[in-house]
Design a binder for this molecule. Structure first.
Ligand code: MC0
Length: 150
């Protein structure tokens, strides 16, 4: 079997206040903000902070991100997570070359797909989540970048 996961794309971190969290990562690690978006469907306001310079700057292929996630409301995935567990690592996102094929192959192994079809994700990516209950308690996200593999 060929590896379906190309690389670690981002680590998603739940926070109560996005602006405070962004300032902490900037002041502590000097990270640059690549994007800030509201995703109504996912119930979050989120910032992507680039880790590593990358050969061609911010948003280039091959770099990874810290994704800071602030819930838009308490009754959302990240809102419920904060209520139950507090701030901390929420999920891991892996880059895939073909998200449709990855979902089909992973679904065939019996892992529960939280998204049968890809949804809209950060920076134009197509994303889909896999159930943490089938993956050792880790909420896992597949990410196919918009214009290039990342
Ligand atoms: C909840 N659970 C988690 C978890 N969130 N386990 C590991 N990691 C997490 N992040 C566990 C709870 O501990 C509980 O386990 C069970 O899931 C049900 O908890 P719940 O409080 O009822 O939680 P729900 O209703 O939110 O359901 C959990 C589930 C949901 C993972 C199915 O949050 C979901 O579908 N998430 C995918 C979408 C998402 O997370 N969107 C936000 C990021 P026990 O054992 O007690 O039953 S959006 C994003 O990241 C986008 C913008 C992007 O990357 O581009």
């Amino acid at each position: 079997m060929l590896p379906l996961l190309g690389r670690i794309d981002h680590v998603g971190i739940a926070c109560r206040d996005l602006d405070t969290a962004v300032r902490m990562y900037q002041a502590t690690f000097g990270l640059q903000v690549a994007s800030v978006e509201v995703n109504e469907e996912q119930g979050v306001r989120e910032a992507m902070l680039q880790v590593g310079a990358g050969p061609a700057g911010v948003g280039a292929p091959g770099v990874g991100y810290v994704q800071l996630l602030e819930p838009l409301a308490p009754d959302t995935p990240v809102g419920r997570f904060l209520d139950r567990r507090g701030e901390g690592i929420h999920h891991v996102g892996y880059g895939v070359a073909d998200i449709g094929q990855a979902l089909a192959e992973i679904g065939a192994t019996g892992i529960r797909l939280l998204d049968e079809r890809p949804r809209h994700g950060s920076m134009g990516a197509s994303i889909a989540f896999l159930h943490p209950g089938d993956l050792g308690g880790v909420l896992t996200e597949l990410v196919q970048a918009a214009g290039h593999p990342r």
